[in-house]
Write a protein that binds this ligand. Structure first.
Ligand code: DGI
Ligand code: FE
Ligand code: FE
Length: 202
């Protein structure tokens, strides 16, 4: 059973997200929250935290680039040149600030999972991997060709699912001619070229 205050917070946050986000993004958010909770059950993470991280992961998605930059500047977050120019990349860092300021989330593990949900990072925590994966596989996603396999893998072997997501994202970005954020590249190198050959835990 959740405690009553937490349940009220959760409902308030969902109401606020419904107001802030476009409807499709709101539905995606609910999907990511549910799948994050399911993955937390599977891998023994905190289910409430995973659900909350899923709920808040795209909370800044409707903001303009300017407003995202402002939020990050207020917190003195270091941004690279890729992030400074792209809402697709910046909404995750801006989201970690907004999650605290507007949604009252003060859990550092959740804020970290929001902050790195787009690019990932080397040596992600279990919660970070859960949100990163849930974002890719939630039921509303349909375009990626590798999706059926990744959906299976996610519940069998989370690290292999993370690897396959990175592999597919990188090939998609290369194919579409997008500039690749060095952070995405670093995550890719850690998980694909590093982790499984060295025996280092991913
Ligand atoms: O916010 P979502 O659409 O739910 O998903 P997301 O936060 O994972 O990704 C947003 C977009 O960012 C998605 O189209 C993939 C893209 N992306 C991830 N890494 C990079 C990137 N785009 C560029 N240009 N460079 C990257 O390194
Ligand atoms: Fe996102
Ligand atoms: Fe998302």
């Amino acid at each position: 059973m959740r405690d009553k205050n937490k349940e009220l917070d959760r409902i308030g946050i969902i109401r606020l997200l419904e107001k802030d986000l476009k409807y499709k993004r709101f539905i995606h958010t609910l999907g990511v929250a549910n799948i994050s909770a399911a993955l937390a059950m599977r891998y023994g993470a905190d289910t409430d935290k995973a659900e909350m991280a899923g709920l808040l992961h795209d909370c800044a998605k409707s903001l303009s680039l300017r407003d995202m930059l402002k939020l990050c500047e207020e917190e003195h977050l270091a941004l690279n040149d890729y992030e400074k120019k792209s809402t697709a990349l910046l909404h995750s860092k801006a989201g970690s600030v907004l999650a605290r300021k507007r949604f009252g989330c003060d859990d550092d593990e959740i804020l970290q999972a929001i902050r790195f949900h787009t690019t990932g990072r080397p040596a992600m925590s279990l919660l970070e991997k859960i949100v990163f994966t849930a974002d890719y596989i939630e039921p509303g996603r349909f375009a990626a060709p590798g999706l059926p396999l990744i959906r299976e893998l996610a519940f069998e072997d989370l690290d292999r699912a993370v690897m396959k997501i990175l592999e597919d994202t990188l090939s998609y970005l290369e194919f579409s001619g997008a500039r690749i954020d060095p952070q995405t590249q670093k995550t890719y190198e850690y998980y694909i070229e590093g982790a499984d050959h060295s025996g280092r835990p991913a």
